[in-house]
Design a protein around this ligand. Structure first.
Ligand code: CA
Length: 238
């Protein structure tokens, strides 16, 4: 397994800052200064992780993200955004970014996020090598094999991003229990600090589109007003 992090960013000062800090943390850093070059290097070099600026020359971060996911490349992506990019930020998450950070940020925090995302990914890879029969969780039409990163809806494979899968898996392991946004953020995104809980809401709405008959009237992933979310227990379907 390589130790490469691809940084796609058009501001040289930010590249220098991230390169230094990521190298200090033990990563090999490759860089690209526009979206096209970034996409090309992501496909050719298959880094462990991509730190991707949103506003880029030639092809923006959203498009890079979209193209990677459409090509079934599931390298984790940490998006960098400017303060005013509200709409695009949410769109980025919807298109498959795993997390985002708003500029200006401390390089230390970027390194912490990169490590947090990679911890999750390597856990996933370790689990995939395990040949023991996986435990499954069945909830109505949903069948989830958390250790295998597989989920089925009415026996059809669900096409989930790694983060969507982790979120669904965590909700399923705690089925019937109310989980707050902060709990989900710390369990699924591995945050050791207060993060932006809108990430949770965006991923929940994306999940609902895949597992609910009518995502506007969810019967599986319920919103518990003022508290958070809960996955209905199997009793609900008996
Ligand atoms: Ca930029």
């Amino acid at each position: 397994m390589n130790n490469k992090v691809l940084v796609v960013e058009d501001e040289q000062s930010i590249i220098t800052l991230l390169q230094y800090n990521l190298q200090q943390a033990g990563f090999e850093v490759i860089t690209a200064m526009d979206g096209e070059e970034g996409l090309g290097k992501a496909l050719a070099e298959r880094p462990q992780m991509i730190v991707l600026d949103l506003m880029l020359p030639k092809m923006d971060g959203i498009e890079v993200c979209k193209q990677l996911r459409q090509n079934k490349v599931d390298i984790p992506i940490l998006m960098l955004t400017a303060k005013d990019d509200e709409f695009d930020k949410v769109l980025g998450l919807e298109l498959g970014a795993d997390d985002y950070m708003t500029k200006p940020f401390s390089p230390r925090e970027v390194v912490a996020r990169v490590k947090a995302i990679l911890r999750r990914t390597s856990k996933k890879e370790a689990n995939l090598e395990d040949t023991t029969v996986a435990q499954q969780i069945v909830i109505g039409p949903l069948r989830i094999l958390p250790e295998n990163y597989e989920a089925y809806f009415n026996e059809e494979v669900l096409d989930l991003t790694p983060k969507e899968f982790e979120l669904l898996g965590y909700l399923a392991k705690n089925k019937g229990r109310v989980l707050t946004r902060d709990q989900l953020l710390s369990a699924v995104w591995n945050y050791d600090f207060a993060g932006d809980t809108r990430i949770v809401d965006v991923h929940i709405s994306h999940l609902r589109e895949k597992v609910e008959k009518d995502s506007k009237k969810p019967t599986i992933i319920k919103t518990v007003r003022g508290l958070g979310y809960k996955l209905e227990g199997p009793k609900h379907y008996e």
